[in-house]
Design a protein around this ligand. Structure first.
Ligand code: ADP
Ligand code: 5GP
Length: 218
C-alpha cells in the first residue's frame, strides 16, 4: 500500500480577458499558500509588461528569440499564441509541484488548459470563469484600461472564441459579485482536495490499522 504524499494538484483557471480570473487566482494563491503550498505558476511571455507588472511575479518577460530557444530546449509544458503574443508554462514548475505535493495555480487560456488536461488528466482541475454579461465584460476591460483601445477591441472579439471552450472545463464560476465568485472558487478547490482519488491513501491506511487491531467481521 502506498503511503506517499499525494501529488500536487494542478488548478487551471481560464476565462475571456477581463472576466476576473487574475483577480480571483491571486486571492486564492494568497489564501492557500500556507495550507496547501499553493503557488501561482509564473508564465513566460513575449508581450511587454503593463505598468505595475513585476518581472518574475506577474510574468517572466522574454524576447521572441529567447522564447524560441525555450521551445527548442523543450522547456515548456505548454505554450500558445494568445492575443498575438506567445505565452508558455514552464515544465519545471509543474514537475516540482507534482513531486513536492504542493499545488500549482495556472492563469492560462483554453489552449493551455487543454494541454495540461491532456498531459496530467488525473492531477488537473479546470475551472472557467464567466462574466455576468458581455456588456459587463466590456466595461471591466475598458475600466481596467491596461491596454490600448485597439487591443481591447481585439480581446473583446476573441471573447466569443474563448467562451466556446467552456465545455472542456470541470467547473464554471460566474464572476458577478466578486466575493460570491471567490467563495465558489475556493469551495471548488477545497472539494478537489477531498476527491476520493486524492484521499485513497488515508482510507487505505485506516483499513490497515483496523485490520491489525481486530479480526474483520464477516
Ligand atoms: P482577467 O485576468 O480575466 O483578464 P482581471 O482579474 O484583470 O481579469 O479583471 C478585469 C478587471 O475587472 C479588473 O480591473 C478587476 O479589478 C475587475 N473585476 C474583477 N472581478 C470583478 C467583479 N466581480 N466586479 C467588478 N469588477 C471586477
Ligand atoms: P494577459 O496578457 O492579459 O496577461 O493574458 C492574456 C491571456 O494569456 C490570458 O487568457 C491568460 O490566461 C493567457 N496566458 C497567460 N499565461 C499563459 C500561459 O503560460 N499559457 C497559455 N496557454 N496562456 C497563458
Amino acid at each position: 500500500m502506498s503511503q506517499e504524499a499525494p501529488r500536487g494538484l494542478l488548478l487551471v483557471i481560464s476565462s475571456p480577458s477581463g472576466a476576473g480570473k487574475t483577480t480571483l487566482a491571486r486571492q486564492l494563491a494568497e489564501e492557500f499558500s500556507r495550507e496547501f503550498g499553493l503557488r501561482f505558476s509564473v508564465s513566460f511571455t513575449t508581450r511587454s509588461p503593463r505598468p505595475g507588472e513585476v518581472e518574475g511575479r506577474d510574468y517572466c518577460f522574454v524576447s521572441d528569440a529567447r522564447f524560441d530557444e525555450m521551445i527548442a530546449a523543450r522547456q515548456f509544458a505548454e505554450w500558445a499564441v494568445v492575443h498575438g503574443h506567445r505565452y508558455g508554462t514552464s515544465i519545471a514548475t509543474i514537475e516540482q509541484s507534482l513531486h513536492e505535493g504542493t499545488d500549482c495555480l495556472f492563469d492560462i487560456d483554453f489552449q493551455g488548459g487543454h494541454q495540461i488536461r491532456r498531459q496530467w488528466p488525473d492531477d488537473s482541475v479546470l475551472c472557467f470563469i464567466l462574466p455576468p454579461s458581455m456588456e459587463e465584460l466590456e466595461r471591466r476591460l475598458r475600466r481596467r484600461a491596461t491596454e490600448a483601445p485597439e487591443v481591447i477591441e481585439r480581446r473583446l472579439a476573441m471573447a466569443c472564441k474563448e467562451l466556446e471552450h467552456y465545455g472542456e472545463y470541470d467547473y464554471l464560476v460566474v464572476n458577478d459579485d466578486l466575493s460570491r465568485a471567490y467563495d465558489q472558487l475556493r469551495s471548488i478547490y477545497i472539494a478537489a482536495h477531498c476527491a476520493r482519488t486524492r484521499r485513497e491513501a488515508v482510507a487505505q491506511a485506516l483499513l490497515a490499522q483496523a485490520a491489525s487491531r481486530r479480526p474483520s467481521v464477516r
